[in-house]
Design a protein around this ligand. Structure first.
Ligand code: ADE
Length: 230
């Protein structure tokens, strides 16, 4: 899978995408992430990419030209399945959207800044608009990094233990059950004995029960449309 990210501050994306699982995914050739500086696509003298908004008001707007130049230049080399704009007024990212996007081949992510991008790009060019939550960040770079991480770990072969993505919280609309490691007894704190029993069926049943309990307590809305198997 290839992800091209268009950004006004590409430096913000360097660290999050070049460590740990994202680094491994790229080294294994399963994921290619290329970050482009939007200023490189400005045809103006000072590499300007934003301008005042029509009608007045505080805040600049990202211009059509540099963004469209960047997208057209990328489209010369390959077809893109999605051109996604990261914006606080987009659809809230969830595991279902991430699962879906992880099946795509080529994606462009556009990071917003200032007041956003010229609306005509949203009408004619952008295919999906995604928010990472109901709060406003300074720009779309951190949301883009969140999205790449979330999608990247779902690509088959990226995680060592393939089942571990399947047992993540939200993967089946349940929060993940509690986990423990050594020592089995830390002072008075003991690991639930079923986990030490070696009985896989009992352990699975215990985990399922704990996942339901936790989801019921913290995120009951996730259970509403779900038929729970005993
Ligand atoms: N840009 C600023 N805030 C954002 C958010 N919450 N999600 C996506 N893009 C953003």
């Amino acid at each position: 899978m290839r992800i091209d990210i268009l950004s006004a501050i590409p430096e913000l994306l360097e660290s999050p995408l070049n460590h740990s699982i994202m680094k491994r995914a790229q080294q294994k050739g399963l994921l290619e992430v290329v970050v482009h500086n939007l200023r490189d696509y400005s045809t103006l003298k000072h590499k300007q990419i934003d301008d005042y908004q029509f009608g007045g008001g505080a805040g600049m707007v990202m211009m059509i030209d540099p963004i469209l130049n960047a997208i057209k230049s990328l489209q010369k080399d390959r077809d893109y399945d999605e051109i996604i704009f990261l914006t606080p007024d987009g659809t809230i990212l969830d595991q279902k959207i991430a699962n879906n996007l992880s099946l795509k081949k080529n994606i462009i992510l556009l990071c917003g800044h200032y007041k956003g991008i010229d609306e005509r790009l949203r009408e004619h060019i952008i295919t999906k608009e995604i928010s990472i939550g109901n709060y406003v960040l300074s720009g779309g770079e951190l949301p883009a990094a969140v999205l790449v991480d979330c999608i990247g770990r779902l690509i088959p072969g990226v995680l060592n233990d393939e089942t571990s993505a399947l047992s993540d919280s939200f993967q089946d609309d349940l929060l993940a059950p509690p986990v423990y490691t050594r020592p089995a007894k830390y002072g008075d704190w003991e690991v639930p004995s079923v986990l030490l029993s070696g009985n896989d069926a009992k352990i699975d049943a215990w985990r399922h029960e704990k996942a339901i309990e936790k989801t019921q307590a913290r995120r009951p809305e996730l259970l509403r449309n779900k038929e729970i198997e005993p």
